[in-house]
Design a protein around this ligand. Sequence first.
Ligand code: NA7
Length: 519
Amino acid sequence: MLHRLRGLGFSARVLEAADGVGGTWYWNRYPGARCDSESYYYCYSFDPELEQEWRWTERYPRQPEILAYLEHVADRFDLRRDIDFGVRVASAVRDDDGWSVTDTDGRVRRCRWLVTAVGCLSAANVPDLPGLADFTGPWHHTGRWPHDGVDVAGKRVGLVGTGSTGIQAVPVLAEAAAHLSVFQRTANYSIPARNAPVSEAEVAATKADYPEIRRVQRESTNGHPFLVADVDALALSDDERDGVYQRAWDRGGLRFRAAVKDLLSDPAVNETASDFIREKIHETVADPATAEALTPRDHYFATKRPPIDTGYFETYNRSDVSLVDVRADPIASVTPDGLRLASGAEHELDVLVFATGFDALTGPLLSIDVRGRDGVALRDAWAEGPRTHLGLGVAGFPDLFTITGPGSPSVLTNMPTAIEQHVDWIADLLVRLRETGETAEPTRAAEDAWAARVQEAADATLLPQAASSWYLGANVPGKPRVFLPFAGGMNHYRRACDDEAAAGYPGFGLRPRACVSVS
Ligand code: NA7
C-alpha cells in the first residue's frame, strides 16, 4: 500500500508495532512455521522484476525465508524510511477534517485517510486458564514466539491446539523435546504437504509462466493458481473416486480441496473426501485408540481451515509423544508444574505452548479504539458482529479503509492475492477522493446489502456448519457468532468491487467534505 501510494504522489506514513517488517511472518516464529500456499504464488505480483529476481528454495516457504523476502521487498522499494517501527496505535479518532491517530506513547499523528493493514490473524488468542501466572516453566503462544527461540531439548513440552499451527509444530517439537503431550480439543483433517526443494527447472518454468499464473490466480475462487476440478465425485465408482483422491493426496497440499467439485457445498460429496482422509489417519497411526481420537467426526473436511502437514499423524507413533483428548476431559487449570484436567488428571510439563489461534479478523481492528463520526466506537458499532461494505469500509467511519477486513474473502484466499486487490482498489478510490475533495463513507443500505450477501454466500456452503470454527468467531469466548469472511469466491468478490468502482462508488456515499471554518 505504501509503495502504491508513493507512486501516486500521496504522502503516506506506516505505523508498525513490530521492530521490523513482516507482519505474520515477523511474529510467527514457532518451530515448523511455514506457509501452506506454495512459494511461487505466495508473493507479490505487482512488479515483474521482483518476480524474476527472487528465488524460492522450497515448495512451501519457511517463516525465515518469507521474512527474508519481505525484508528484501522493503529494501528494494526503500520502504523503511516511511515506516515508524515499534509504534503501537492506541486510538484513531475521526473529526470533520480527517483522523487523529494516537500511539501508546501518546504521540498524535494526523491524516486525511486511514488505511488499516492490521492483519486477520494477528491478535493472539491465549485461553484464560486459571493458574497460568503460577506456571513455573516458560509458556508461549505460537504467534508471539520469542525471537531467540525456546529451548525444549530434554524438556517435557505440552502443546494445546491442533489447528494449522499445532499441526505444523507437533512433528518439529517432538524431534527436539524429551516428551511431547498434545492437548487436542477438536480432531482435525490434514493433508500431507509433500514439501520439497524447488529445482532450477521448476523455477525457470514458473518465471516464464508468471503472467498466466497470475491471470489464473486473479480469476480463481481462492487466489490460488489452480481451479476446482470439474469432477463429480458422486458420478464415479468407488475405485475411480479413490483414485482421484489418492492422486491428490500424493500430490499433497491445499490442492486436495480442489480435486472434485461441490466439496464445500454438497454434504454427500464432502463425506467421500472426509472418509478418505479418516481412513488415511487410521492407516497411518498404529494405535487404534489414538487413531480414532485423531479422527474428525464432528465437522466436514475443509469447513474449518484445512491444515497441511509434514509427518503430523506419523508423529503419534513415537513413544515420546502422547495425545490428550481435552474434549472428553477439558483443561481445568494450569498448575505450577503443568496442566490439570477436569477429571483431576495431572500432566507434568516444563514448557507450555499455546497453538490456540487468534481473535480472527475483528480482534486486531478492535484492539484499537477507533472512533468514527459523532464519537461512535467501532467496538459498539460491531457489538453484534462486524458490518462492512465489501470488507473495505464501515458506515459511520468516513475515509477509513480496511485491508482484508471482515466481509472480504481474506482468510479464505491466498493472502497476497487478496491484499493486492484491496491495495489497488483503495488506491483508485483515494485518487478519486483527492481529485474531487469528497469523503467516502459506506451507506447503511450498502452495508446491509453486503451483510446479506456475506451470509448468503456462507449459507450456500457447508462452512457455517463447523460449530467450533474461528470463521464464525466461535473460538473466542463471548465473540458474536457471525460468519466473518466472504465465502462467495475471490473472483465474484473482485467483480463486486469492480462494479462498485465502475458505478461511481454508490455504496460509499461519496459527498463533499464537511465545511471547515477558517479564521
Ligand atoms: P486455529 O485454527 O484457530 O486452531 C487453534 C486450535 O487451538 C484449535 O485446535 C482449537 O480447538 C484449539 N484451542 C483453542 N482454544 C483452546 C482451549 N481453550 N483449549 C483447548 N484447545 C483450544 O489456529 P491456528 O493458529 O492453528 O491457525 C490459524 C490460521 O493461521 C490458519 O487457519 C491459517 O490460516 C494460518 P477448537 O478447534 O477450537 O476446538
